[in-house]
Design a protein around this ligand. Structure first.
Ligand SMILES: Cc1ncc(COP(=O)(O)O)c(C=O)c1O
Length: 396
């Protein structure tokens, strides 16, 4: 992978902040967008700005065809068997909420999540507690604890493959096998996994997988939910309306097929086409190359940052943290670290609780500074980060 060539595809690098290009390391939140993705969105608006699956005129037919191709591109990317198993959503949050609210869970059923979920993987299930659904937690990454908590009442295991808080991952395949042995369904939150390494729903044997396009070069507010066809057919769609029914009377309606029955109302076609282009871009680069690049940079940066006063969250081995370095520096608040890095060297990072408040609260911490690297980051940028953080440490 030639990073310099990759960077030429990203127009943001043409911008200057105090005379220099930005050092963007907040990709676990949102990634930059290449020209190819921007082009695909613009093509929709320029060439066929119509709606899919409804109008039979030329533009309607074209956009329907493009959406079909986009669904196929996403199917291929995640190794799903059939395109109908891919539902377009706005983001991971919508995918998780869709499953949480469409499964027939009720009194006496339990949902098992880890103790390190993003709010999007936790709050939908806290809300279900009001309907009598129990919510249980296991320690993220601890298979022994997972097995212990996997009791007969657990109808759904819902958990992140990779934590956005510190970049560590769980043995999702083994967990899925254990859950299935217990008769539980498995919903994997792939928000931090799908963008960063090869993820195959077949290999994982996931029943559902939710992920976001904007964390993998795609447009903001795009994502997908994978579901095994039989399970999708058995769900009760929780959001219905235009596009989700074949027919209706004043009294009743006939449901559309899967996946359309889950895609209520007019969709973000430009976003869907942009997402397909993002997926193709990543496939051209090769997910093995993306993963290796992140690991190499993380190894280099973690080594450069190590030293007195620096506490890196998660596994000590940077190889286990993908492109994420979540840290605190003794004697200075993480928000201040983020502010100084931005002011002094155009380094854009995230600070706070990263929407994983529950984990930080249970560890009596108020957050961390988080650097998240992606395919466009360079060793030179890591050098600039090491130098800027060195200066901060000398100032304390
Ligand atoms: C692990 C994880 N799950 C869920 C989400 C929610 O993603 P979105 O806001 O795109 O729905 C995120 C976002 O950072 C995440 O990192």
């Amino acid at each position: 992978m030639n990073v310099e060539n990759v960077r030429r595809d990203f127009p943001l690098y043409e911008r200057r902040f105090n005379g220099s290009p930005p050092i963007y390391t907040d990709s676990a939140c949102v990634t930059l967008k290449p020209n190819q993705v921007i082009g695909a969105m613009s093509r929709y608006y320029r060439e066929f700005p119509a709606c899919a699956g409804r109008s039979s005129h030329a533009l309607g037919r074209e956009v329907s065809e493009e959406v079909k191709r986009a669904r196929e591109a996403v199917r291929k990317f995640i190794g799903a068997g059939r395109p109908e198993e891919v539902i377009f959503t706005r983001n991971t949050t919508e995918g998780i909420n869709l499953v949480a609210n469409s499964l027939k869970l009720g009194n006496g059923d339990a949902v098992l999540t880890s103790d390190k979920e993003h709010n999007s993987g936790l709050v939908p299930f806290l809300l279900l507690e009001k309907k009598g659904v129990r919510h249980k937690t296991f320690q993220f990454g601890d298979l022994g604890d997972f097995e212990k908590k996997l009791t007969g009442d657990v109808k759904l295991v819902s958990t992140a493959i990779t934590s956005n808080l510190d970049g560590t991952s769980q043995p999702a395949k083994e967990m899925a096998a254990l859950a299935h042995g217990n008769g539980s369904l498995v919903l994997l939150d792939g928000a931090q996994a799908v963008p960063n390494r090869k993820t195959s729903v077949k290999e994982l044997d996931a029943d559902f997988l939710a992920f976001s396009g904007h964390k993998m070069l795609g447009p903001s507010g795009t994502g997908a939910l994978y579901g095994k066809l039989d399970f999708l057919k058995a769900l009760n769609p929780f959001m219905v309306g235009g596009g989700t029914v074949k027919n209706s009377t004043q009294e009743d309606f006939e449901m559309e097929d899967v996946p359309e029955r889950f895609e209520a109302g007019l969709q973000d076609y430009a976003g869907i086409l942009g997402l397909a282009e993002a997926v193709k871009y990543l496939q051209r680069i090769g997910m093995e190359n993306v993963e290796r690049h992140e690991q190499e940079l993380n190894g280099y940066l973690s080594k450069g940052l190590a030293g007195p006063g620096m506490a890196i969250l998660g596994d000590a081995d940077p190889k286990s943290r993908g492109g994420v370095i979540s840290f605190n520096i003794e004697g200075i608040h993480h928000h201040e670290v983020a502010g100084i890095l931005h002011e002094s060297a155009n380094i854009m990072i995230r600070s706070g609780m990263h929407c994983a408040h529950s984990w930080f609260n249970s560890h009596s911490m108020d957050g961390s500074a988080r650097i998240s690297l992606y395919l466009y980051n360079t060793k030179e940028e890591c050098d600039a980060i090491i130098e800027a953080i060195g200066k901060i440490k000398r100032l304390i």
